[in-house]
Design a protein around this ligand. Structure first.
Ligand code: ADP
Ligand code: MG
Length: 262
């Protein structure tokens, strides 16, 4: 009998919306599942885009990560299967009220970490899809995670948000999770026809001393088709450049694991 190690938990975070956090969680999750990893995806955005894009209508779900955070149910009771292999801990719109409801709870930063702990040996990787803010839900994710992956659209002003995000990482390290590491930046919506994207990327790497993970994910209309199909681009456009890029990112992430534990 093999004893399985504890799941590695990765928060996919950036307070900016539309930078492909959710797309990256769904695509990397599917790619890791293809590589034989047992993957759990956690939707921490009240907009529930991840839940929707994996084939579930959030409005028909009775329970979600919201009730888990409030301590009403165990995470294991809320898990649902997806077509592509990863298991999903879904979100519903009620999650928008979590911040308010958790305000008075002592130790609230630890709630997600504690909720996921019983699942640690059931999965190899747990990816947390953060909302577009640096509020309590992102703090919960960073407190539960060992690493943060930062999807970044390489535009002129994108570096301004990175400083703020790193400040939050630093606060979490100081207050609730000393072992938290920045895995790196994942360049998304990358337009190789412009020099501009490459310049922004080099600049961010140099200014903040952050690694760049995997190849940049190319901008492609194929990504628009996937969510409505309830699948990621790995299923809807298997041989596209976008799918290939996410497969490489998944491989690279598995590589950073050994680096992180030694
Ligand atoms: P976030 O979770 O950061 O808000 P999403 O993953 O929801 O971002 O992506 C925002 C929008 O961009 C979605 O409509 C998605 O389909 C689209 N998108 C994501 N990645 C790409 C890409 N590489 N090329 C083109 N469109 C993309
Ligand atoms: Mg999102």
């Amino acid at each position: 009998m093999t004893t399985s190690a504890k799941a590695r938990i990765i928060a996919v975070a950036n307070q900016k919306g539309g930078v492909a956090k959710t797309t990256s969680v769904a695509s990397i999750g599917a790619a890791l599942a293809d590589l034989g990893q047992r993957v759990l995806l956690v939707d921490l955005d009240p907009q529930a885009c991840l839940t929707f894009s994996l084939g579930y209508d959030p409005e028909t779900l009775e329970r979600s990560v919201h009730q888990v955070l409030l301590g009403e149910v165990k995470a294991a009771e809320v898990l649902i299967e997806t077509e592509e292999g990863p298991v999903l801990l879904p979100a519903t719109i009620e999650l928008a009220t979590a911040e308010q409801q958790l305000l008075m709870r002592t130790g609230r930063e630890q709630l997600l970490k504690a909720a996921l702990a019983p699942l640690a040996r059931q999965f190899d990787v747990i990816l947390l899809d953060c909302p577009p803010s640096l509020g309590i839900l992102t703090t919960l994710a960073m407190t539960a995670a060992s690493g943060v992956l930062i999807p970044l659209q390489c535009e002129t002003l994108s570096h301004r948000g990175v400083g703020q995000l790193l400040d939050t990482v630093y606060d979490v390290k100081r207050m609730t999770n000393r072992r938290l590491k920045v895995i790196g930046v994942l360049p998304t919506l990358f337009d190789s026809r412009t020099n501009h994207s490459r310049l922004v990327l080099d600049r961010i790497g140099a200014d903040y001393g952050i690694d760049v993970v995997g190849p940049p994910i190319p901008k492609s209309v194929r990504f628009a088709e996937a969510p409505a199909a309830g699948r990621s681009i790995l299923a809807t456009a298997r041989s596209s450049k976008g799918a290939a890029a996410y497969r490489e990112v998944a491989q690279a992430l598995l590589g950073t694991e050994t680096a992180a534990t030694t």
